[in-house]
Design a protein around this ligand. Sequence first.
Ligand SMILES: Nc1ncnc2c1ncn2[C@@H]1O[C@H](COP(=O)(O)OP(=O)(O)OP(=O)(O)O)[C@@H](O)[C@H]1O
Length: 316
Amino acid sequence: MAYAIEAHGLHKSFQTHEAVCGVDLAIRQGELFALLGPNGAGKTTTIHMLTTLLLPDRGSAHICGYDVVHDAAAVRRHISVTGQFAALDESLTGMQNLMLFAELHGYNRKEARMLAEKLLESFNLVNAGGKTVGNYSGGMRRRLDLAAGVLSQPKVMFLDEPTTGLDPQSRRELWDVVRRLVNNGTTVLLTTQYLEEADQLADRIGFIAAGKIIAVGTPEQLKESIGGKMLTIRLKEGSDPADICRLIESEYGLEAHMDDNGSIVKLVAGEAILAHKVIGTLLDQSAMIEDFTLSEPILDDVYFALTANNGKESGS
Ligand SMILES: Nc1ncnc2c1ncn2[C@@H]1O[C@H](COP(=O)(O)OP(=O)(O)OP(=O)(O)O)[C@@H](O)[C@H]1O
């Protein structure tokens, strides 16, 4: 099968630091793939290599069959890259910005106007088309930026944290736009800090940590890989979560983790019966439990489990 985005063993180091160490990707045409990982994991470096902004040290990558190193110009003709910082002229209106981009892509003035009108409509910006971009909200700017990106009819779009800083309503509006692009056959590689966004939008998700892809799958596959239900225990003030984790590990051999502010302990409890036994044991030992819930895993749980394990494997 020919992939829209394909990478084999991509490596990139900065001085002595290996930022990307052997990334493989195979993303089908029309697929929305989300690349997730903590700060410094290597997402941007990977995207920069795939979009020809950075030369890989080793490995290879192809976009729509074109080599990112040897056919960089052809790659650029097939992609668009948008991110948190929209490349728009603040002093022009939305309509003028789109017309400018269209004319830069070789459309004449009349064609550019028609295309800009169509794009303003598709991206829910008809009422904003006559206003200067300097007066746009964050969500409007991102939608206009995406509209400008679509104008060149890219086969592959790289969206680097496109909803960072947007309010929930603007984020949802942008999701609708992205879904429509994918439904029309565009391949999208998305990075995001919001796991819920990846869960909502992505066909598949790749988790990257310390420059390596550590898991790939559909959101459902990744959640199933956790291996059962999550038990979340909220502790009363003054209790020691480290003690609780140790007790659970020694009694049941289950690995429990506390959250950053130390009031919640989480573990994969598998079956409900085991969760009830754990709670029973903790209460017998007079653990100060405020409440507890047993729930299906969400992507945050997958992310937590993966990045916690990866930290151990790499010895950090
Ligand atoms: N130009 C550079 N020079 C030196 N080190 C760099 C450079 N660019 C990235 N790095 C380092 O490479 C590693 C990967 O960075 P990268 O920006 O790819 O991560 P990221 O996953 O995109 O992180 P974030 O979510 O914070 O943007 C980091 O340790 C970063 O400090």
